[in-house]
Design a protein around this ligand. Sequence first.
Ligand code: SF4
Length: 484
Amino acid sequence: MDKPKEECGIFGVYGINEAANYVYLGLNFLQHRGQESCGIVSTEGISLYKQVGVGKISEFFDDEKLNYLKGFRAIGHVRYSTTGSPTLVNAQPITGSTSKGALAIAHNGNITNANLIRNELLKKGEVFHSTSDSEVVVHLISHAPSENLVKAVQWALSKLEGSFALLVMTKDTLIAARDPMGFRPLSMGKIGDTIGDIGGTIAFSSEDSAFSIIEAKKMREVEPNEMIVINEEGVRSLQILPEKPKTNQCVFELIYFAKPSSNLFHTSVYEYRFGIGKKLARLHPVDADYVVPIPDSGIVSAIGYSMESGIPLALGLIRSHYIGRTFIEPSQKIRDFGVKMKFIPVREIIENKRIILIDDSVVRGTTSRKIVKMVRDFGPVKVHMRVASPPVRYPCFYGIDFSTYEELLANKFATMEEIAKYIGVESIGYLTPETLFGNDTSAVSGDFCAACFHGEYPTPLNQFSKDGFEQEIKQKYFGYSRNS
Ligand code: SF4
């Protein structure tokens, strides 16, 4: 599918028997955030037990693997590789024996200065086992000047640039942290009333709606720049940097990545998508018989569009949820069926009708084009497209895998008419970066990163170049120098 690749999901529990089973359930809920590899590490206070593998949670784990994961604390990870290759060696949680003891790390995000840190550590004789940016965290903790684990983690995290939502577990401590700008989400929940003993359990999750599957209640979000430490002494909150920078949470989490049932960045994902759907209707009205969402991620915005415009919503495309990995190697002919394996049009909704297709985002436009062609085969009178986000024009450096500058549809054509012609619709309408925030959404403009839409990156670009040259990175990722 032509969507930016989701990054990763992390889930952890502290203080409950069969902790690994709880993490297994939580990760199942977070599976939409990464399907390439998965893993869980647990502890009963003596040793760390680890199971990581390639594939989805339900494909990799079985009773035997879960029974091996002893203990009452566990952290887990589902991964789509944003840096590092998608192999077993990069599956998480990562474990390591450090000067502060054995520990495990589950990381969601992209550490933008990982290569610089890695090169420094290689010069000091360190050996790396993976190509993942997350491994540098283990090495930094080991190199930290303090012998105290909490201080060592705080020191290591203060050296990182880019995005991280992180769980660090040793045999007696669980630490949860969000990077100082808060790019990626992380929430804290609890089961029971007491904390940290057998009567109460703390849980952490990339998305809070995963708590319901283990009957945990959300307590609050881990805030940007915050480190929460849980051990026998109780629960403590610390700051990573003494001075917190401006918050820059990823607005694409609200637009596409997170489930509509989640609430993150103090914003309901459902209400957000509903609100921008309403804005889209006001910004780009058009006469039609039906508003038709492209499932699943376009559904809530389509409801908003329909309510605001008064045009009835109809499920004119039904998604097949059961076509995924198969044990047969599909022939090229079958592969060419493409979107037809994912979506089935409903003739009664489309034939002889004027319809408005609603999608959450368009990246390269290749899938949109195929969907429109498939819809046209069912004989509509007119097909319009409305997109509940602005045109994606710039690459992301904070953990989301977009296409290259040249591949992005919005950079290929100069006008909306040209884009509409390419996709095969009568008209197309997007939101603008400004309309992502403010009324009808509870998202506050200043608290969010929207760099992939407007190109105003919240961090200097030169940190992404190994030699620190901004021109080099502009040339590499934008294909031209934006200041020249
Ligand atoms: S550039 Fe876009 S995808 Fe990347 S963090 Fe910012 S808003 Fe999210």
